[in-house]
Design a binder for this molecule. Structure first.
Ligand SMILES: Cc1cc2nc3c(=O)[nH]c(=O)nc-3n(C[C@H](O)[C@H](O)[C@H](O)COP(=O)(O)OP(=O)(O)OC[C@H]3O[C@@H](n4cnc5c(N)ncnc54)[C@H](O)[C@@H]3O)c2cc1C
Ligand code: FES
Ligand code: FES
Length: 348
């Protein structure tokens, strides 16, 4: 059982205790670590000013994602690596291509949004291939800028691939892989501070045990709702069970004409799988179309179903048969009303 939160921040290992488990990564960076390059805009996941890169092991490789630090809780980072904008510069203060391209293309005016954009670009840069224009638009869609009109930033996103890769960044993947392997663990994180408890089970069995023992715990997945309960409603959450390390909830399986999506699968991953199926059969193609449409906020989501019990909710798999999409993970009232609204629109 781990009782400290272990992760890497840039190239340094963090072993964290003595903080509230509901402390956001943004506040941890700015207040505890004085890494003020990460900016606070909305504190609700809208503006992207707080964007950092989070890396985690996926098999043998490191998967990097741009995330909003303002609604990410520090214990959710257990076993991961966080890269803040301060990690980009070279040993002599040299700019990284993602930064240099922004300078060259005049992608920064007042500059408040710039570190966030840079980190979204950096996540793309670490992921390898030069993206096309559509993909660039998508990967910058989570960052808002009031000054530039976006054109110069999109240009910078293309330009950064034309600049030589700096020597200090060339081994990043390999170094991060070794760092992540050094802290990899299959033990449950049981973190406590004052009257707050945070559990991060590493498997379905542990999740079941903890859920039985802590019936009133808040289940936490991506924290895009729960994060706002903390930053906007200042709610006190005495017990939290985080699902992010439960591999069983992250599976997607196709059985006949049914795609089974684990309750911990992200929308992007579900979409990717659905798109892979498109064209391989009439029914699967329809599923793919529906997922793709709903992701673009088209009014096509037919119905939602709430899980019958809390335990089922935690471990259930969402079924996507022909003509219906069942969501097992959305228990918030906001989602219920959104689903109902879309269902009404669909019937019109
Ligand atoms: C900037 C921003 C934009 C957004 N835009 C949209 C939008 O356009 N359309 C839209 O529909 N929504 C939108 N949302 C809401 C967001 O999609 C939902 O908050 C999201 O679905 C919640 O998923 P999560 O994994 O982050 O859940 P969390 O925040 O971790 O949890 C949300 C609720 O679900 C419960 N829960 C989580 N996982 C499970 C599970 N496996 N079983 C049972 N209960 C579970 C939690 O206990 C909690 O009650 C937006 C949110 C933000 C911050
Ligand atoms: S501060 Fe706006 S998304 Fe985080
Ligand atoms: S440069 Fe001012 S908000 Fe983007």
């Amino acid at each position: 059982m781990s009782t400290e939160i272990n992760f890497f921040l840039n190239d340094k290992r963090e072993e964290v205790s003595g903080i509230a488990p509901t402390l956001t990564l943004m506040n941890y960076l700015r207040r505890n670590k004085r890494l003020t390059g990460t900016k606070e805009g909305c504190a609700e996941g809208d503006c992207g000013a707080c964007t950092v890169v989070v890396g985690e092991l996926e098999g043998e490789r490191v998967r990097y994602r741009a995330v909003n630090a303002c609604i990410l809780l520090v214990p959710m980072l257990h076993g991961k690596i966080v890269l803040s904008v301060e990690s980009l510069q070279g040993p002599g203060g040299e700019l990284h291509p993602a930064q240099q391209a922004m300078v060259d293309c005049h992608g920064s005016q007042c500059g408040f949004c710039t570190p966030g954009f840079i980190m979204s670009l950096y996540a793309a840069y670490l992921s390898g291939q030069k993206p096309d224009r559509q993909r660039i638009n998508d990967l910058l869609a989570g960052n808002l800028c009031r000054c530039t009109g976006y054109g110069p930033i999109i240009e910078a996103a293309e330009r950064m691939y034309d600049l030589p890769r700096p020597s200090w960044d060339s081994d990043r993947r390999e170094q991060d892989r070794e760092r992540l392997q050094s802290i990899a663990t299959s033990e449950t994180l049981t973190y406590s501070n004052d009257d707050q408890l945070f559990f991060a089970p590493a498997g379905a069995g542990e999740l079941a045990r903890l859920y039985d023992e802590h019936e009133s715990a808040t289940i936490l997945a991506g924290a895009t709702d729960v994060g706002l309960w903390i930053t906007k409603q200042h709610r006190h959450l005495p017990q939290i069970i985080y699902l992010g390390r439960v591999a069983e909830l992250k599976k997607i399986a196709i059985e006949g004409d049914v795609m089974r999506i684990g309750a911990g699968v992200s929308w992007v991953e579900a979409l990717r799988s659905a798109r892979c199926c498109a064209g391989s059969g009439r029914i699967r193609f329809e599923i793919a179309e529906r997922l793709a449409e709903t992701s673009q906020m088209a009014h096509r989501l037919e119905m939602g179903r709430q899980p019958s019990s809390r335990w089922e909710a935690a471990l259930s798999f969402a079924k996507v048969p022909r003509g219906a999409l069942f969501l097992s993970k959305t228990s918030s009232s906001i989602m219920k009303s959104r689903i109902a609204r879309r269902a009404r629109l669909w019937k019109r």
